[in-house]
Design a binder for this molecule. Structure first.
Ligand SMILES: *[C@@H]1O[C@H](CO)[C@@H](O)[C@H](O)[C@H]1NC(C)=O
Ligand SMILES: *[C@@H]1O[C@H](CO)[C@@H](O)[C@H](O)[C@H]1NC(C)=O
Ligand SMILES: *[C@@H]1O[C@H](CO)[C@@H](O)[C@H](O)[C@H]1NC(C)=O
Ligand SMILES: *[C@@H]1O[C@H](CO)[C@@H](O)[C@H](O)[C@H]1NC(C)=O
Ligand SMILES: *[C@@H]1O[C@H](CO)[C@@H](O)[C@H](O)[C@H]1NC(C)=O
Length: 790
């Protein structure tokens, strides 16, 4: 069928035009769906959307084992026996384990055909469920919503109930018990939920972001559909029996970074998904360094990776290395050859490429080595191991299927010759296993239940399963989710390396980068990163997030969590002429207005104060409400306002200071604007002189630096770092700094009122909390408001 006919057919069963077009592009799915429609007896004239949706669900989720019964399943949908996606899933499960013809009665029972769950039954079952969990619900409140919903879906009486009805009922009863969400449940202010997570009533509101592991991300959407341990079929049932015995049915996941660079914000998602999923199910997560490429690995990356994981608040159950398994992997490679499922190939890389169809995607051919005797491959593989071949001369390849539609199945390389010593195994090996060979087997060795990875590995799933089955070892389930990409940044290791080595930025943790060490140094709190990632959730379609959205999240988080201080980035001196020289008034100032929990402190007000240059203008205008000669402005927390009466300049015409009057007499109107200030008082060690304030702007000018015609370096924003070196801070900074724990500069965060959010940079030198010798360096985490230029 031509593409446009297919699109028309898919639209006839109710798919939206966009979806129909995307489906047609995915050849395998398109073929599956076409078959499913035809098996269902539906013609070009189409069917109800509700039926069409279920056919689509069937076509996109049916697996190889169940597909022999595709016709039966499709007809069960078109004759209205199956009318929910839960039923379709149960039907696929049923079909998967049935070899002969399907017995209608058994099928109907297994899929809940004709079972009607009334609203009253739902109400009663949910009431019972919540009663049993009442105490926990009252103390944990909305954090429990996700887990409770997941449990409700497991209640036998609700097995076939309408999912939306169950969810609505649960939410209704939860409100009745603990009341609607209030400040106890809201941590981030003014944040909108992501469009992708469609949901009703309560869940449209904010979800607490600090609950790293109670997030609904694991109980709603794609991740809630994953199998339970024991639910994945094995090539031999005893493999599962042994697995369950060994693991006790616990969820086991792994975070498997290659130690060849620093982690970036995209990895924060992988960390949250893997560690978080395990934690949410009371399971464990491994940190496994995938160190199979000795050429790219460096010691410093190992430390930095663990540090980043721990910084985000996760603790690996065990830290392992793919290289721990080199012996075992080698033994299995020999086993694979013996099973005639691998062969030593002497094709050059170019020949291999040509045989795989070359650049033009031409005809694919099997090479002469593919059918060499097993004995010969065993001998050749031994010779590879003994170092009798040069690099690239020979490889061990898996005997997959050169005619498959999946390029990740064209006899992938399992082992290659490399004479680079390995950081852990030294020169013991001169052959190293590839990712495709290693990854699934290490997952298997570690009894991983859910191998969660990003979408670019989708095509690798087939070879993953193939290899586990070929060796008859325990086979985990691979699930792919969308990667977190942020525009206006560079994530590629190679490109970041270039920025570092060519001095565009100052190291891998330069706060303008989006590596995790950089974000940490910049002062972005780990809780904000986790919350952001969890809020975006897990889907199976790619999307790119724009930097302002990330920054808004960080800003909202900081707004709720950090104290406020008065900082003057670019000071201008004011002498208040009607105050005596020794005048000092101690003002009590809250660390956060309207939030007494952050405490308060004392700041001195005196005859000499500093304000920011941007709050003064020589050219006044009627719509300007800050300071100018003749204008009155309020100083935050100071009882009375000040009026500027004169500007004093030096011989070159530079402003030296302003002369102002303190309006403590009668009859002065309330000023329109209040500004931040700091005063001089040697007794209070005020103001605090800052060594530097570093203001970071976007490193790149455009949203997609990689697309710049002259390369991404040409897109660099020449103004990405502004350094102010005469800045002043109020004395409250001393107290905030004294809360610092060792080597943890970035955790000193605050809002500089009317300026932005800042933290201490690790370049700071701190002798003692109040010492004049301290050299405080500030980093701007984010601006106070989104830059209006964008
Ligand atoms: C499902 O199908 C059955 C049988 O046709 C019908 O009685 C029932 O109301 C349907 N349920 C839903 C939720 O549509
Ligand atoms: C995984 O399970 C197998 C049995 O299936 C067991 O022999 C092995 O020790 C387990 N591995 C780990 C790392 O727990
Ligand atoms: C998502 O992006 C990855 C990497 O860019 C790509 O390999 C994959 O095919 C994409 N997936 C979808 C569903 O678009
Ligand atoms: C965001 O970046 C991706 C690639 O990183 C690019 O394809 C896309 O066009 C960018 N979006 C915008 C709005 O520039
Ligand atoms: C600080 O700024 C002043 C004036 O702009 C400049 O002369 C001085 O060199 C700067 N100091 C440092 C350490 O950058």
């Amino acid at each position: 069928m031509a593409d446009n006919e297919l699109i028309a057919l898919f639209q006839a069963i109710g798919l939206k035009e966009q979806r129909a077009k995307e489906t047609v592009k995915n050849k395998k799915l398109a073929l599956n769906l076409q078959n499913t429609i035809s098996e269902a007896g539906i013609t070009q004239s189409g069917c109800d959307k509700s039926v069409g949706d279920l056919l689509y669900t069937l076509a996109s989720t049916v697996n190889k084992d169940a597909s022999t019964h595709l016709g039966y399943l499709a007809r069960a949908i078109s004759d209205n026996r199956l009318n929910s996606s839960e039923q379709v899933a149960a039907a696929i499960k049923f079909a998967e384990t049935t070899n002969e013809g399907i017995n209608d009665e058994e099928f109907n029972r297994a899929c809940g055909v004709g079972v009607v769950v009334t609203p009253d039954q739902i109400t009663a079952a949910i009431a019972k469920h919540l009663e049993a969990n009442k105490n926990a619900l009252i103390s944990e409140r909305y954090k429990l919503l996700g887990p409770l919903l997941a449990q409700a879906r497991q209640i036998p009486e609700l097995r076939w109930a309408n999912g939306v009805a169950v969810k609505n009922e649960l939410e209704k009863q939860v409100i009745a018990i603990i009341g609607p969400k209030d400040e106890r449940d809201v941590i981030v202010k003014g944040k909108k939920k992501d469009k992708e997570s469609k949901s009703t009533s309560i869940s449209n509101q904010k979800i607490p972001t600090e609950s790293k592991t109670n997030s609904n991300m694991f109980f709603e959407g794609e991740l809630s559909k994953l199998h339970k341990p024991g639910g994945n079929k094995q090539i031999k049932p005893e493999l599962m029996e042994r697995h369950l015995k060994e693991t006790g049915g616990k969820v086991l996941t792994r975070f498997p970074p290659e130690p060849n660079g620093f982690l970036h914000i995209g990895h924060a998602k992988a960390i949250n998904v893997n560690f978080g999923y395990a934690k949410a199910h009371n399971g464990f997560c491994y940190l496994r360094y995938d160190d199979t490429n000795p050429e790219a690995e460096e010691e410093r990356y190992f430390d930095s990776i663990l540090e980043a994981v721990e910084w985000l608040g996760f603790k690996p159950w065990k830290v392992t290395y793919s290289s721990d398994y080199f012996d075992k992997l080698h033994e299995l490679a020999i086993e694979l050859i013996k099973r005639d499922k691998a062969y030593v190939c002497s094709c050059t890389p170019e020949e291999m490429h040509t045989m795989r169809g070359g650049d033009s995607g031409g005809e694919r051919k099997e090479c002469v080595h593919r059918n060499r005797p097993v004995e010969e491959s065993l001998i050749e593989f031994q010779k590879m191991k003994e170092g009798r071949y040069k690099e690239s001369e020979v490889t061990l390849r898996m005997k997959m299927d050169m005619q498959s539609g999946n390029p990740q199945f064209w006899d992938l390389v399992a082992y290659r010759v490399l004479y680079t010593p390995h950081h852990r195994t030294g020169d013991k090996w001169c052959i190293y296993p590839t990712y495709d060979y290693t990854h699934c087997l290490c997952d298997s060795f570690e009894n991983i239940t859910h191998s969660l990875c990003t979408l670019e590995f989708r095509m690798s799933r087939e070879s993953y399963y193939w290899l586990c089955d070929a060796l008859e070892v325990y086979k985990p389930v691979q699930f792919e989710y969308n990667r977190l990409q942020i525009n206006n940044t560079i994530m590629s290791k190679r490109k970041i390396l270039k920025l570092v080595t060519e001095d565009y930025v100052k190291g891998w943790d330069d706060p303008r980068l989006y590596t995790l060490p950089a974000l940490r140094r910049r002062g972005v709190p780990p809780e904000a990163i986790n919350g952001f990632v969890q809020d975006l959730g897990v889907t199976t379609s790619n999307s790119t997030i724009q930097v302002p959205r990330f920054e808004k999240y960080v800003r909202d988080y900081l707004d709720a969590h950090v104290p406020r201080l008065m900082i003057i980035i670019d000071p201008i001196k004011i002498i208040i002429e009607n105050l005596p020289d020794d005048y000092v008034e101690e003002l009590t100032v809250p660390f956060k207005p309207k939030d007494s929990s952050m405490g308060e402190h004392t700041v001195p007000f005196s005859r000499i104060v500093y304000i920011d240059k941007s709050d003064f203008r020589e050219q006044d205008s009627p719509d300007y409400f800050r300071l100018a000669v003749g204008k009155t402005v309020g100083l935050l927390y100071v009882p009375h306002c000040i009026t500027c009466i004169d500007v004093v300049k030096d011989a070159e015409g530079n402003i030296q200071h302003l002369v102002c009057r303190y309006e403590n007499g009668p009859g002065v109107k309330k000023p329109k604007t209040y500004i931040q200030w700091v005063a001089e008082s040697s007794r209070h060690n005020s103001p605090v002189r800052l060594h530097e304030a570093r203001i970071y702007n976007n490193l790149f000018n455009s949203e997609n630096p990689a697309a710049h015609p002259n390369g991404f370096l040409a897109d660099i924003n020449s103004n990405s770092l502004e350094v102010a070196n005469g800045s002043l801070a109020e004395v409250g900074l001393h107290e905030v700094v004294s809360r610092k724990t060792k080597n943890d500069y970035e955790s000193v965060r605050f809002q500089a009122i009317r300026v932005g959010y800042f933290c201490l940079d690790k370049d700071s030198v701190i002798e003692e909390p109040h010492s004049k010798a301290n050299q405080l360096v500030l980093n701007r985490i984010v601006s106070l408001k989104e830059d209006s230029k964008k």
